[in-house]
Design a protein around this ligand. Structure first.
Ligand code: 5GP
Length: 179
C-alpha cells in the first residue's frame, strides 16, 4: 500500500490473531449467553471478523461515541452518538474496540455500561498502546500491544480514510502534509 511508510501488522497476522482471540472467547464464555458490543466506526472490521471466530450463540449490537475535544480531555467525557438497542441487564457483555490509547473513551463507556447492571463486562481490543494510558484500564483480551505510533488500516482512519486497508501500518509523512 503506497500511502504506508511501514506495515506493522499484515492481514495474515491479524487474521491469525483474531482466530486465537475467538477461540479464547469461545472457551471463556462456554454455556453463557453473550452480547458483543462493537464501538463504531473503528471496530467494525475487527468485530465482523471476530464474531465469526466465536463459536457460540451470541447477539451483537453497536455503539458510537464522539471523540473528546481538547476541553473534554481531562474529564474524559465522551458523548454517546448512537446507543445500543438491546438491554444488557443481567447479560454477559463483551465490548469490542479497535484501539486503547489514553483509555478515556473506554473508561467512560465501561462506566456507562456498568450502570446498566450487566452480569459481567469484559473488553476485547485489537490494539493496545499502554504507554499512552491516562486512566487505569486493562483489556481482558488484547490482539497486539503496539508502540506509541499513529496507525491506520483495518478500521482505523486518518481523516476518515484508510479504514479499508486490510493491514495496519504507519502513514508516510507526506500524507499528512497533503491534507
Ligand atoms: P482513547 O480514548 O483510548 O485515547 O482513544 C481511543 C480512540 O482514539 C480509538 O477508538 C481511536 O478512534 C483513536 N485512536 C487512538 N490511537 C489511534 C491511532 O493510532 N490511530 C487511529 N487511527 N486512531 C487512534
Amino acid at each position: 500500500m503506497e500511502a504506508l511508510e511501514e506495515t506493522l501488522l499484515s492481514s495474515a497476522t491479524i487474521a491469525a490473531r483474531v482466530k486465537e482471540l475467538g477461540a479464547e472467547i469461545t472457551r471463556d464464555y462456554q454455556g453463557k449467553d453473550l452480547i458483543v458490543i462493537g464501538i463504531l466506526k473503528g471496530a467494525l472490521p475487527f468485530m465482523a471478523d471476530l464474531i465469526r471466530e466465536i463459536k457460540l450463540p451470541l447477539k451483537y449490537d453497536l455503539m458510537a461515541v464522539s471523540s473528546y475535544g481538547v476541553s473534554t480531555k481531562t474529564s474524559g467525557a465522551v458523548q454517546i452518538l448512537k446507543d445500543i438497542e438491546m438491554g444488557v441487564e443481567g447479560e454477559h457483555v463483551l465490548v469490542v474496540e479497535d484501539i486503547i490509547d489514553t483509555g478515556l473513551t473506554l473508561n467512560y463507556l465501561v462506566g456507562n455500561l456498568l450502570s446498566r447492571k450487566p452480569a459481567s463486562l469484559k473488553i476485547c481490543t485489537l490494539l493496545d498502546k499502554p504507554s499512552r494510558r491516562e486512566v487505569d484500564i486493562t483489556p481482558e483480551y488484547n490482539g497486539f500491544t503496539i508502540p506509541d505510533r499513529f496507525v491506520v488500516g483495518y478500521g482505523l482512519d486518518y481523516a476518515e480514510r484508510f479504514r479499508n486497508l486490510p493491514m495496519i501500518g504507519v502513514l508516510k509523512p507526506e500524507v499528512y502534509e497533503k491534507s
